[in-house]
Ligand binder design. Structure first.
Ligand code: ATP
Ligand code: MG
Length: 463
């Protein structure tokens, strides 16, 4: 079932139930109000007549005075009046429809009055079949019941009025249901339209078209879902682009050493191994190019493992100061070759930390490699380390070309190489960031174009 049907359906059920409950309640109230009013009115008349009788007709026999009594009572009421004897025989009837003597003792109200109470009965007029309300009250003389007076009124008018009100209520109820249903349809169509848009775009995306964008109709949850979907599509497009660039550049990178190796092999083959210095040079180059290839492939493998979360770190106690010194010594020759001043400065004793030593070295080498790549001759690279509560902070700062502000958001992404088009694969920072994250640490980069770059790593002392 569609969302619209479900929404409107549930609205409909709720409103129908509400209207139904309200209508039943109102109907019962209206009925109660009308009947209660009439009954009360009749009871008052009956009681008044009874007390009137008690005061003025005390001595005489009821049968004899019945006619006069009836006249007196009927004059003061619009209802039909009956005088009934103590044994339940009809003595007088103002309507003249029922001719006395008839036994009335079958009627509930008459029975109640015979027991000395005020009786009420609702039923049908035996001759006209009209709905009626009858109230009977005992007539007492000298503390004994001598007969009863009975007031009867037709309920036709009342029932008619109640029916009218009922129909009015039903009409209003149906109108309310109609309005709510129409409103529900309108409202839900605004929701389903947005959802349909989203579904359509998502369908396109599953077919591989990431250039579709969802139109944002409202600034609600669905609107933000549209934003998210659009963002996702643009991210996927970018990643796709990056991946293609990467494949192109990796193929290129792999081809360069391979070409050089192939070239040297052909040269050496042609010389037949007779030229010793040539052989030496050639083998040297083949070896270093081979190393370069191995490094590149290692980096790629590493990256794919990290990216799939298939790597687990081997934590051990590591002396960070020693680690930094080691990395510094390892890269010092290259810095000297490039005419760059590489320094390590640790002002305070550093605590031992829990870390994967080799991975951490890899991070430091990546960062210094970047600094060396993007810093020109006579530049400076400074490694420093200090502690803050619970963490140690390592920074690598260079005086190189810097990174543009809009590029800063991307440098941590895999395969991102920036406009400077370094010779690398664009994986160094991405790998480093993942390793630092696996240490529950943080890697932050700040940079200013032309002035230099600062990379900071915060590592927790204890995992
Ligand atoms: N110290 C830095 N100074 C200036 N730009 C930098 C620096 N470090 C990184 N970048 C920029 O960030 C990009 C991404 O760096 P990253 O280390 O991920 O890749 P790479 O160095 O190009 O390749 P790889 O590290 O895989 O050999 C670089 O290509 C460069 O544009
Ligand atoms: Mg790098």
């Amino acid at each position: 079932m569609g969302i619209q049907k479900r929404l409107v359906g549930s609205y409909f059920v709720v409103i129908v139930l509400t209207v139904l409950i309200l209508e039943v309640f109102l109907n019962i109230s209206v009925r109660y109000y009308y009947y209660h009013n009439i009954e009360q009115n009749m009871k008052n008349q009956a009681e008044l007549s009874a007390s009137f009788f008690q005061q003025y007709f005390t001595e005489e026999d009821l049968e004899k005075q019945a006619a006069a009594l009836l006249k007196g009572f009927a004059n003061r009421s619009e209802a039909q009046v009956q005088i009934i004897s103590a044994t339940g025989q009809l003595l007088q009837d103002s309507s003249g429809l029922q001719q006395p003597p008839i036994s009335m003792s079958d009627y509930k109200d008459v029975q109640a009055a015979m027991r000395g109470q005020i009786g009420v009965w609702r039923g049908e007029n035996p001759t006209t079949k009209e709905p009626i309300l009858a109230v009977a009250s005992p007539l007492e003389s000298n503390h004994s019941m001598v007969g009863q007076v009975r007031f009867i009124t037709s309920l036709t008018e009342t029932i008619h009025t109640i029916n009218q009100i009922t129909w009015l209520l039903i009409g209003v109820g149906l109108f309310v249901i109609l309005i709510v249903t129409v409103l529900g349809l309108l409202l839900s169509s605004t929701i389903t339209k947005s959802i349909k848009d989203l579904k359509q775009a998502a369908d396109q995306m599953t077919l591989g078209d990431f250039n579709v964008r969802v139109k944002k109709r409202y600034r609600d949850e669905l609107g933000s879902l549209a934003d998210t979907l659009n963002m996702m599509a643009s991210r996927i497009s970018t990643n796709e682009q990056l991946k293609n660039d990467f494949i192109a550049s990796v193929s290129h990178e792999l081809r360069t050493p391979l070409t050089s190796i192939k070239g040297w092999v052909i040269t050496l083959k042609a010389s037949g191994g007779n030229n010793q210095p040539l052989l030496h040079d050639g083998l040297q180059i083949i070896e270093s190019e081979g190393d370069r290839l191995t490094n590149m492939v290692d980096e790629l493998l590493d990256f794919s493992k990290l990216d799939n979360g298939r790597i687990s770190l081997e934590f051990a106690t590591v002396n960070p100061a020693e680690l930094l010194q080691h990395v510094g010594r390892q890269l010092a020759p290259r810095a000297t070759r490039q005419g760059i001043h590489l320094t390590l400065k640790i002002d305070e004793p550093l605590p031992l930390i829990q870390a994967d030593e080799n991975r951490l070295k890899q991070v430091m080498i990546n960062l210094i490699d970047n600094a060396l790549k993007f810093t020109s001759k006579a530049g400076q690279i400074a490694m420093t380390a200090h502690t803050i509560p619970g963490k140690i902070v390592i920074t690598v700062e260079d005086t190189g070309v810097g990174i543009e502000e809009q590029e800063l958001d991307y440098v941590l992404q895999k395969f991102y190489k920036g406009q400077k088009q370094s010779s690398g694969s664009g994986l160094g920072l991405s790998i480093s960031n993942q390793i630092v994250n696996l240490h529950h640490g943080q890697l932050k980069i700040t940079s200013e174009v032309g002035k230099g770059t600062n990379v900071t790593i915060e590592l927790p002392i204890k995992i």
